[in-house]
Design a protein around this ligand. Structure first.
Ligand SMILES: NC(=O)C1=CN([C@@H]2O[C@H](COP(=O)(O)OP(=O)(O)OC[C@H]3O[C@@H](n4cnc5c(N)ncnc54)[C@H](O)[C@@H]3O)[C@@H](O)[C@H]2O)[C@@H](O)CC1
Ligand SMILES: Nc1ncnc2c1ncn2[C@@H]1O[C@H](COP(=O)(O)OP(=O)(O)O)[C@@H](O)[C@H]1O
Ligand SMILES: [K+]
Length: 572
């Protein structure tokens, strides 16, 4: 398991933390001290000149972290205003509050007091973290509303912007989709990212996300019984990425003495006349990602329409399900793609043969709509675990209306139902791999394994035909015999890399042509391949970062997941 790539739910986090404490090797107060010290360290790394900070401390251990942060910043020469509640917190937070009270006062935690002190350089939000169980109300809700003011000084969130549900990325008590809470400049979370850091608006509200190591590594096996979720991110090594030592390398590298059939044969089923180029986009992507052969199969009356480039593409007419079954008698066809530009009626007709062959198969677009039009009881009857369904939210809602409704329903109590929950339940119900598209793409298998790939900086990827290219990339990798979860995960990464490399102005047609350069860099082991724009950024180098960490006595080097900017932000 590569360090840092696993995602833990808040329940898994609590179980890990309590196993650590019951071992007798670490106390809750020590963990809190490490957490607070890590946040203070990251603040000092980015705001090296001491300034004036307001620390907002909530009723639980998140607030406890806030009191620790205040102590460390005070020692470093910062001027602090600490706002807190006069409640009875747990013993660790009570101890940290007591220690702060020996240094300075605690002002009331409410919007009016905050308004009087917010002329500062930094606001530290330690109100709620993983323990948020319900929608905030009353004075705390008013204070959280004040934190959404864009004219505030930069906000540093402890574990998360307060009010965020760390299991879903939603905000209890607010409408899903439209809700926005405080927007942090920096979020320092602990041990492992949580789903809410990378899903829904959580991904956009955390700002730079840093995961600080607080020494829980010996207890990670506690969470290992639960289905595993991995975060696919450029900064994190992924087991199957084609690093020279990785298992997928030989697949992508292609054997020097091989022939084209060793790289598989992808069959892309296309639609009738005037169905557009969707299937051709998929086919081009499958070719570019290295399938040995790609055949486009429209009905006979649309063959002429598909005669244009690329010439490498083979064309063979497939009229109906029995034609398709005949064609699939050729066992060298190793993967299928059904849906893009196919037409719903044709897709419905071809589905039984496409599925009966038991070969890896991507079902996208019209094939998903065709599935959703089957009677509910039979909808998924012939699916299997080599099928990958690739719905966007609209298609998902047609296939799994109950799950989609739960995703949009406002709820006052947490944890909220998440896209991860929805994808897992859908995969289990369909007995197929489910890839739910969006800026926060979730991929889940019927046995519960899941991947999350989130991009917050690629709005131009949401362009007509981008999904067809993704379907083709998956089909190409499936044809090359990558297992379904790996093919889907790698395709999503290549897709985003291609969009990032091309930049604004992207159309779906541009995506496949970016793939060769990305593959070349991957196969040559170019270190900067996953950096933004496909090039390694200049900036503070690793040595400088280590020195800075050493200087601030940081516990351990943390990973920055969503942004890799480790430069101080200039002005405080
Ligand atoms: N998990 C870990 O390993 C560690 C966690 N730490 C911190 O502990 C935090 C979790 O602490 P807690 O479990 O105490 O939870 P929080 O501090 O996130 O908040 C929970 C407290 O707020 C109350 N509460 C929840 N929702 C509320 C609402 N809507 N309105 C008013 N009150 C509400 C709860 O009853 C509880 O008292 C983490 O986010 C992190 O900051 C760190 O101190 C150390 C290590
Ligand atoms: N805001 C966004 N940022 C980045 N990628 C996005 C965003 N919205 C959608 N995407 C991605 O763009 C692609 C769009 O696919 P899809 O909705 O099927 O479009 P089409 O049917 O036009 O091909 C998917 O890969 C999806 O994950
Ligand atoms: K917080």
């Amino acid at each position: 398991m590569p360090v840092g790539s696993e995602i833990l739910t808040t329940a898994q986090m609590r179980a890990t933390e309590s196993a650590a404490m019951s071992s007798g090797r670490v106390t809750g107060a020590e963990l809190m001290e490490r957490a607070g010290r890590a946040v203070a360290g990251h603040i000092r790394l980015r705001w090296p000149r001491p300034g004036r900070a307001v620390v907002l401390c909530g009723p639980g251990n998140n607030g406890g972290d806030g009191y620790v942060i205040a102590q460390h910043l005070h020692r470093a020469g910062w001027q602090l205003r600490v706002l807190g509640l006069a409640n009875q917190p747990g013993p660790d937070a009570a101890q940290m509050r007591q220690r702060w009270q020996e240094i300075g006062p605690i002002l009331p935690l409410d919007a009016a007091t905050f308004a009087g002190v917010q002329d500062c350089d930094l606001v530290i939000d330690a109100i709620f973290g993983t323990g948020l169980t319900r929608a905030p109300t009353g004075p705390i809700a008013a204070l959280l509303a004040a934190l959404t003011d864009p004219s505030l000084p930069p906000v540093v969130a402890v574990d998360c912007p307060s009010g965020l549900c760390l299991d879903s990325g939603g905000w209890p008590g607010r409408d899903r989709g439209t809700a926005t809470g405080a927007r942090a400049r920096l979020t320092v979370a602990f041990d492992r990212p949580k789903p809410g850091h990378v899903l829904e608006s959580g991904a956009f509200r955390c700002g730079e996300l840093v995961i600080a190591d607080i020494g829980l590594g010996d207890w990670h096996h506690i969470a290992s019984n639960a289905p595993q979720t991995l975060l696919l991110h450029p900064a994190i090594p992924t087991p199957w990425l084609p690093a020279p030592q990785g298992p997928a390398f030989s697949l992508l590298a292609k054997p020097a003495d091989g022939h084209k059939f060793l790289s598989g044969h992808a069959l892309i089923l296309a639609g009738g006349p005037a169905r557009g180029g969707a299937a051709r986009l998929s086919a081009r992507a499958a070719l570019r990602v290295g399938a040995g052969l790609v055949t486009l199969a429209p009905p006979v009356d649309a063959l002429a329409e598909h005669a244009g480039p690329p010439d490498a593409l083979m064309r063979q007419p497939v009229e109906d399900a029995s034609d398709l079954a005949d064609m699939l008698a050729d066992s060298r066809i190793t993967a299928l793609c059904l849906g893009p530009g196919c037409g719903i009626e044709r897709a419905a007709g071809l589905l039984p043969s496409a599925l009966a062959c038991g070969r890896p198969c991507v079902l996208d677009a019209d094939a998903l709509t065709a599935l959703s039009q089957r009677p509910k009881a039979e909808r998924f009857r012939d699916l299997h675990d080599k099928v990958i369904l690739t719905p966007h939210m609209g298609e998902f809602a047609r296939l799994f209306p109950d799950l989609a409704n739960r995703l949009v329903a406002a709820d006052n109590t947490g944890p909220l139902f998440s896209r991860l929950d929805a994808a897992r339940q859908a995969a289990s119900r369909a007995r197929a791999v489910l890839l739910l598209k969006g800026p926060d793409t979730v991929i889940a298998t019927p046995d519960g394994s899941a991947l999350i790939h989130t991009v917050t900086d690629l709005p131009w990827l949401a362009t007509a035909g981008a999904g067809d290219v993704l379907a083709g990339l998956i089909a190409g990798l499936l044809a090359r015999s990558l297992p379904p979860l790996q093919a889907a995960g790698l395709a999503v990464q290549l897709h985003a890399l291609a969009a990032r490399r091309f930049g604004p102005g992207l159309t779906a047609d541009d995506l496949p042509d970016q793939i060769p350069a990305i593959l070349r860099d991957l196969l040559e082991g170019a270190s900067g391949v996953f950096e933004r724009g496909g090039r390694k950024k200049t900036g503070i180098d690793e040595m400088q970062v280590k020195e800075l960490h050493a200087r601030i006595e940081e516990l351990a080097v943390a990973n920055s997941f969503l942004e890799r900017k480790l430069k101080p932000w200039g002005g405080k």
